[in-house]
Design a protein around this ligand. Structure first.
Ligand SMILES: NC(=O)c1ccc[n+]([C@@H]2O[C@H](COP(=O)([O-])OP(=O)(O)OC[C@H]3O[C@@H](n4cnc5c(N)ncnc54)[C@H](OP(=O)(O)O)[C@@H]3O)[C@@H](O)[C@H]2O)c1
Length: 382
């Protein structure tokens, strides 16, 4: 049976405590250090992923490289590369034909390019092509729910110069009226806007002021490597929607309670075909995986053991191809979730009503939207 591997790591100290209750009550610096001592290991066996097209079943393994997001960014490059090579060698020993780079293992360095050049006998992918497709699908699903007219909408991509963000910006650039590219490095943003403008119909601009960019946007897509919240409730436009691809999340939890008119959804959650058991709780409902994990499964079902999504410049042809293969094998967008909870149809309906009210209030008096929105306790339940 064909097999895949996928690297996982904790995104927060809550994740560590959920996985190992023995960590509860220990100091965070100690936990962080202990995690850095742990070599790559087999976290779980994944069973039951079954293609809807061929009926074929595959298996896989989660491979733990259990360091915290900040450790991925702080540790020396050579140290990180040694951990990634160790994970790839372990996946190979376990019989995997491809290794997906989860979380920050795809963000650090050059997005898997050097790893793919260093190891042999196993293909590497970041899973970013399917993440891009899923992030965009989630954004437009939310936009439809909140009655946003796509062709006349303004969008912002936060993390626009990144691997996922730049491809998302390009796709949005041919579907909406205006796109703002936002990140921290002005030179990279300026160069990207210059290179992208001839290929998109939308008016492009760029900024390093994320808060200002968010104020103008009907559609917000987050794909940054920030380790704390950067989208705050007081900045969001009336009735905006957010597709939150970033992990850890970029949207402040205060949005859940302070902006009942804004629809937030995690951008990359996918329903996996078959009676899948991950044998590991990574915080999503049964049968649900991240899009990057799903890409690794889809390539395995397709017997396509090739280096796939690597580096910063993901080609849109790959996004279209993986979207087609996902459909073929029965992978699809999972139900909406935000702030680690399911968003019910009833909550969406309340958000739609609150969005209508907030837009009307903003149109009449231009007052601060947060003040105009009447809190709605049902919508707050998310
Ligand atoms: N949901 C899923 O299935 C899934 C799958 C894969 C990846 N992801 C997540 O997607 C995110 C992006 O991944 P990637 O591979 O595209 O990363 P990447 O290529 O490293 O890009 C990160 C982007 O974020 C920007 N950025 C970083 N910190 C920022 C801040 N504080 N404010 C504004 N912009 C900031 C960077 O530009 P500057 O340095 O110029 O700011 C860059 O544009 C990560 O959080 C990753 O974990 C999710």
């Amino acid at each position: 049976m064909r097999k895949f591997g996928f690297i996982v790591h904790p995104l927060s100290y809550d994740d560590v405590e959920r996985y190992d209750p023995g960590a509860v009550g220990k100091g965070r610096p100690i936990i962080k250090k202990i995690l850095e001592w742990i070599p790559p290991y087999r976290v779980s066996d994944i069973t039951g992923v079954r293609s809807a097209a061929t009926g074929e079943e595959i298996t896989g393994h989660f491979i733990g490289v259990p360091i915290m997001p900040e450790s991925w960014l702080e540790l020396p490059r050579a140290d990180i590369m040694a951990r990634l090579v160790g994970a790839a060698e372990l996946a190979k020993e376990l019989g995997c034909g491809i290794l997906g780079l989860g979380g920050f293992s795809s963000v650090v360095g050059d997005g898997g390019v050097t790893l793919a050049e260093t190891v042999s006998g196993i293909a590497i992918t970041t899973g970013n092509s399917y993440t891009i497709a899923a992030g965009i699908q989630s954004l437009f699903r939310a936009a439809r729910e909140l009655e946003i007219d796509e062709a006349n909408a303004s969008a912002v991509v936060i993390g626009a110069t990144g691997s996922i963000g730049s491809a998302c910006a390009q796709i949005l650039g041919n579907r909406v009226a205006r796109v703002t590219l936002a990140a921290r490095n002005a030179t990279r943003l300026k160069n990207l806007a210059h290179a992208m403008q001839p290929h998109v119909s939308a008016a492009l601009d760029w900024t390093i002021d994320v808060r200002e960019a968010v104020r103008k946007a009907d559609l917000v897509l987050t794909a940054t490597s920030a380790v704390s919240a950067i989208v705050e409730p007081e900045d969001l436009k009336a009735g905006a929607v957010i597709s939150e691809v970033s992990l850890p999340h970029d949207v402040s939890r205060r949005v859940a309670t302070e902006r009942p008119d804004v629809l937030v959804s995690e951008g990359g959650n996918i329903l996996v075909p078959g009676d899948v058991n991950f044998n590991f709780d990574f915080g999503l409902p049964p049968r649900t995986a991240l899009a990057c994990m799903s890409e690794t499964m889809i390539l395995t079902l397709e017997n396509k053991f090739v280096n796939y999504s690597l580096g910063r410049g993901i080609h849109l042809d790959k996004v279209l191809e993986i979207e087609r293969l996902a459909d073929k094998h029965g992978f699809k967008l999972a139900g909406m979730r935000a702030f680690d909870k399911a968003v019910s149809a009833e909550q969406v309906a309340h958000t739609r009503e609150a969005a209508r009210r907030a837009r009307a209030a903003a149109a009449t008096n231009g007052a601060a939207v947060a003040a105009a929105v009447q809190p709605d306790q049902t919508a707050h339940a998310r």
